[in-house]
Design a protein around this ligand. Structure first.
Ligand code: CA
Ligand code: CA
Length: 103
């Protein structure tokens, strides 16, 4: 084994042992982190769909996402013909809560 590679391996071991306690975090923290990541992901989807960047999705912009396109009127809570970020996140969150209740 080249000396440099061996040094690299040895220097990684402490990092692994430092990182491992994070795996035993309480489940609730993991759950919150998951929700936070899920929210980030939804935000990212919204941003990706919002092609003109005005923080509102028109039917045309929403057409790229199947469920949003299909249930556009459900997402558009205030009925102004566009889905803003709040409406999108709220409806997405509601959909997930329903799934959890069923399980
Ligand atoms: Ca837009
Ligand atoms: Ca709306």
């Amino acid at each position: 084994m080249p000396a440099l590679l061996r040094v690299l391996c040895l220097s990684l071991f402490p990092l692994i042992s430092i990182a491992s306690p994070f795996n035993s975090e309480p489940a609730e923290v993991d759950r919150e982190q998951q929700l936070e990541r899920a929210k980030d992901a939804k935000n990212a989807v919204f941003t990706a769909l919002d092609s003109d960047g005005n923080d509102q999705l028109t039917r045309e912009e929403a057409s790229l996402e199947l469920s949003l396109s299909r249930d556009f009127d459900d997402f558009d809570h205030n009925g102004d013909g566009v889905v803003d970020r709040q409406e999108y996140l709220r409806e997405r969150h509601a959909a997930e809560s329903n799934i959890e209740e069923v399980q």
